[in-house]
Design a protein around this ligand. Structure first.
Ligand code: PLP
Length: 394
């Protein structure tokens, strides 16, 4: 009989020739456990998903309660489903008043797709501006606004009308005109290797978009739900987007995403044509129940309060001549090294020592540190000790 590992290679699609191939049997809090019972500390959060830790008891309870009531009922937007309604209400309560209309989807890429359509439909314009080194998902619309040719070239032609500006370069903002329906950007770039823009840049961006009647789509798919020390990254920059994209950490480990806007902007999907965006499973009741519980955990357990202190501890403990720079905000950090070989060796060594760490799509010379927000100071010290030791060995 073939092992699960052999069947993984045989029957599940592979996205790279070198998958990590850890075979995890269960997960809890900060830790994943493999078949032999070996424990791994998750410093990546399943790529910025498990902000409240794996299988938070409140999230698990909400899932079980909802499973006992109903699963899928009908396509999104038709029936009044309490888990969606309550989650949308709670999201609106932690957002600026202009972001009150939530369109639930299944993933980050679908949120990107929906937002791009919404911006075109609302403004009646077709041009969209995106940023260099951006990542907004892997579907064809989202790929069209990705700022990395390597991942796009094999799939052309992609969407027309897309142009790129340099992230965090105020001079480029002049390219935003009255022809531009929207500018889409990550509030803090993730896959670029965590790039935090300047306050002044973000405020100039808001001003330029107001002048030209262009919508700002802020992708908070990685930065959302407390990861940077605020509920949403844009709170650091005192600006409000016209459309907000959420996913990843939104569902407490369950798949859900959203694009959120004002009632006025969102209503343009209602007519001419009606059903401007359709999804069967978007806002699945179990995912929404989990999402609401997850948001309540972030608020009730005050998980954001210690994020900045934990960031400082990482920065203090991660001192090594091979570390060129540590970038990021809160628990969305990047350790810049020199080469991909170093990154691979350190990651491998860390995994052998029970610490899961990874790299970035557009920056393979840096290590990703994005643990669940529940990480303790003792765990930070231990993780950093392993990383520093691994750096000594490469
Ligand atoms: N936007 C950002 C900033 C992301 O980091 C990602 C995923 O890594 C996405 C969008 C796409 O999300 P998903 O993988 O759920 O489609």
């Amino acid at each position: 009989m073939l092992s699960t590992r052999q069947l993984f290679l045989l029957n599940t699609a592979q996205t790279s020739p070198f998958p990590r191939s850890l075979e995890i049997e269960r997960a809890e809090g900060m830790y994943l456990y493999d078949r032999e019972g070996v424990r791994y500390m998750d410093l990546v959060s399943g790529f910025a998903v498990s902000n409240t830790g794996h299988r938070h008891p409140e999230v698990v309870k909400a899932i079980k309660d909802q499973v006992d009531k109903y699963l899928h009922l009908t396509v999104y937007g038709e029936y009044i489903q309490a888990p969606q309604v309550r989650f949308a209400e709670k999201l609106a309560s932690v957002l600026p008043s202009s972001l009150s209309s939530v369109y639930f989807v299944n993933s980050g890429a679908e949120a990107t797709e929906g937002a791009m359509k919404l911006a075109k439909r609302y403004t009646g314009r077709s041009g969209i501006i995106a940023c260099t080194n951006s990542y907004h998902g892997s579907t064809q619309g989202a790929l069209s606004v990705m700022g990395n040719e390597y991942y796009k070239q094999a799939y052309r032609p992609l969407l027309p009308g897309i142009s790129f500006i340099e992230f965090n370069n105020p001079v480029d903002l002049e390219q935003i005109t009255t022809e531009t329906s929207a500018v889409i950007l990550e509030t803090i770039q993730g896959e670029a290797g965590i790039r935090v823009p300047d306050l002044d840049y973000m405020q100039k961006l808001r001003k330029r978009c107001d002048e030209t009647g262009t919508l700002i789509i802020l992708d908070e798919i990685q930065t959302g739900f407390g990861r940077t020390g605020k509920m949403f990254g844009f709170e650091h920059f005192s600006i409000t987007p016209d459309i907000l994209l959420l996913a990843k950490g939104m569902g407490g480990g369950m798949p859900v995403g959203a694009f959120i806007s004002s009632k006025d902007i969102m209503s343009s999907l209602q007519e001419n044509p009606i059903l401007g965006h359709i999804t069967t499973f978007g806002g699945h009741p179990v995912s929404c129940a989990a999402g609401l519980a997850n948001l309540n955990v972030i608020l009730n357990e005050k998980l954001m309060d210690e994020v900045t202190t934990k960031e400082s501890l990482f920065r203090t403990c991660l001192k090594h001549p091979k570390i060129k720079e540590i970038r990021g905000k809160g628990l969305m950090l990047c350790i810049q090294l020199d080469t991909f070989e170093q990154v691979e060796k350190v990651s491998k060594r860390c995994i052998e020592q029970g610490i899961i760490i990874d790299w970035f799509l557009h920056c393979d010379t840096a290590l990703r540190v994005a643990p669940p927000l529940i990480i303790t100071e003792e765990e930070i010290r231990r993780a950093c000790g392993v990383i520093v030791e691994a750096l000594n060995e490469v």
